[in-house]
Design a protein around this ligand. Structure first.
Ligand code: MEV
Length: 288
């Protein structure tokens, strides 16, 4: 029996990261140049119904029943089965490979959940709609990071640019004039959960200061939406750089990320900023 496959892209946050956790809007873009691939092969000769999981990139070779109940893999399988009303799985081997760097702000955790939910539901004969795939990825994101806004699972499940406000209906963004982003990975891993948690501690100490920064971030995201819809890339570039300044004020940038941003600007970028949680990860530069 041939294996079946599903894919999920990476993502970058164009504007509004962190503020989005506090209910402000943010814009995210799927990055189709990197992706997770999940494949399932049925094992009809295995009468015990073993679910074998292989992820060679992280040296994982295990059996589903041996994994802790709160492990993302266990959560994905449980949620897909619940959604489809399927109690017992047939014997199968799931193989997950990825070209998305881990802990680099490119959404690898959500992309793994999306690709697996997609391939598993297709394998079980009932491909789940984007909305359910996104919800399952949101559940698993709690494992990587306690208080996700939901933007990563949304942009990766739908594979389209989104204007996202936590708890509000998803808005896909029209993009009349394609723009080009350069993504530079700083090479320093950053755990989103830790960065978001540390920022929350600072916010709780001085809420007024941070709410003012989040308000400015909201204005940037709303203006960036207009600039995208009008195809005004010069304005969009300026807004990205303004957003980086806010992220510096949130103390989630680093000397290394600032240097990458400065280098991009000196090389002629229209704007540049760190993207994602910061404290490592990647920067994006808008170029012509
Ligand atoms: C992570 O891609 C973006 C953050 O705003 C966290 C979140 O929205 O869950 C830093």
């Amino acid at each position: 029996m041939p294996a079946i496959y599903a894919y999920a892209p990476g993502k970058v946050i164009l504007t509004g990261e962190h503020a989005v956790v506090y209910g402000r809007p943010a814009i995210a873009v799927p990055v189709h140049e990197v992706r997770v691939r999940a494949a399932i092969q049925a094992n009809p000769t295995d009468s015990k119904g073993t679910v074998h999981i292989l992820a060679p990139d992280i040296s994982l070779d295990t059996v589903l029943n041996d994994m802790p109940a709160d492990h993302p893999m266990s959560i994905i399988f449980r949620e897909v089965q619940k959604e489809l009303g399927i109690e017992h799985l047939p014997a199968l081997t799931l193989t997950v490979t990825s070209t998305i760097p881990i802990a680099a702000g490119l959404g690898s955790g959500a992309a793994i959940s999306v690709a697996i939910s997609r391939v598993l539901s297709s394998f079980l004969g009932a491909p789940l709609p984007e909305e359910s795939i996104s919800r399952i990825a949101f559940e698993t994101d709690h494992f990587y990071h306690g208080t996700p806004s939901g933007i990563d699972n949304t942009v990766i499940s739908y594979g389209r640019m989104v204007f996202f406000i936590r708890g509000k209906p998803i808005e896909m963004l029209a993009n009349p004039l394609a723009f080009t982003l350069v993504i530079a990975d700083s090479g320093k891993k950053s755990l989103t959960g830790k960065v978001v948690h540390d920022l929350r501690t600072r916010v709780e100490i001085d809420p007024a200061r941070y709410q003012a920064i989040f308000d400015r971030s909201e204005i940037i995201s709303r203006s960036a939406r207009e600039a995208i819809e009008q195809g005004d890339h010069t304005r969009l570039g300026t807004l990205l750089s303004d957003n980086h300044f806010l992220l510096q004020q949130l103390a989630v940038s680093t000397a290394h990320l600032d240097l990458l941003v400065k280098t991009a600007m000196e090389a002629g970028a229209l704007g540049a900023k760190l993207s994602g949680a910061g404290c490592g990860g990647n920067i994006i530069a808008l170029v012509d």
